[in-house]
Design a protein around this ligand. Structure first.
Ligand SMILES: [Zn+2]
Ligand SMILES: [Zn+2]
Length: 52
């Protein structure tokens, strides 16, 4: 799996989160610790929702 923001492989990360897209609830969004801290944007692969 890869971070939805920066694409880093989360298998190599310690603290990462996975949550349902807050817009469509169909897709999981994955974020690494760095993107969480920097509040980087992500895009849902299903509905194209951009957020944190
Ligand atoms: Zn990331
Ligand atoms: Zn979505």
């Amino acid at each position: 799996m890869n971070c939805s923001s920066c694409g880093v492989r989360i298998e190599t990360q310690k603290n990462w989160v996975e949550f349902d897209c807050p817009s469509c609830w169909k897709k999981k969004v994955v974020r690494c610790e760095r993107c969480k801290k920097l509040v980087n944007t992500y895009m849902c692969g299903s509905c194209k929702f951009i957020g944190p």
